[in-house]
Design a protein around this ligand. Structure first.
Ligand code: ZN
Length: 201
């Protein structure tokens, strides 16, 4: 993994996005803090963006921060706004940036009581749980709404089904952090630099 991630960074990737699944908030189970610690040791300079698809982010924020995450995102669906804001403060107190993620079926209004406490909003463009799903085009409405409301005070990230074919659409809707999984790692490394160029424009 470190070798492939290192090659991704050499090819022009600006951030490594780590999808953490707890087998509860989503059915799947993926990497934990040990994997982040190992990546950090192998790639000391890379920005590690940890996306917690977990039911209890309060249990995981500190272990991932200590493991070397630079940024931690958790989901709007898992707690009331007051708790999410407090957790964002805790993340920032550890010297990290904080993000709030929203799933496709969740109405965008759910963000407003909490999102201003965060550095980044992650608009999920597929239902989380596995890679290789098709981009849900309606989610671009949410990206536009977040960008309109917060202007340049907020980073806006999208995750799921993004590749060279729709990157322009995603950027034009106000997204400035694009996550690519299958469209990137599913291709041979010789093509990675070209894929990143078209994603980043
Ligand atoms: Zn993610």
């Amino acid at each position: 993994m470190a070798e492939w991630c290192g090659r991704a960074v050499e090819s022009g990737a600006k951030v490594l996005h780590v999808d953490v699944m707890d087998g509860h908030f989503v059915d799947n189970l993926t990497m934990g803090p040990d994997m982040v610690r190992a990546l950090r040791a192998e790639l000391p300079q890379v920005f590690l963006d940890v996306h917690l698809m977990v039911t209890n982010p309060e249990r995981f924020v500190e272990p991932f921060a200590k493991a070397g995450a630079d940024h931690i995102t958790f989901h709007i669906e898992v707690a009331p706004p007051g708790e999410l804001r407090a957790l964002a403060d805790a993340v920032r107190a550890m010297g990290k940036t904080a993000g709030i993620a929203i799933n496709p079926p969740t109405p965008v209004d759910r963000l407003w009581p909490a999102a201003d406490a965060f550095d980044l909003t992650l608009v999920m463009s597929v239902n989380p749980g596995r890679g290789g799903q098709a981009f849900i085009v309606e989610t671009l409405e949410k990206t536009r709404a977040v960008r309109e409301r917060y202007g340049t005070d907020m980073r806006v990230e999208m995750d799921g089904g993004i590749g060279p074919g729709n990157a322009r659409l995603v950027r034009d809707s106000g997204c400035d952090v694009l996550v690519a999984g299958s469209s990137f790692f599913g291709q041979p490394p010789e093509r990675w630099a070209g894929i990143l160029e078209s994603l980043q424009d």
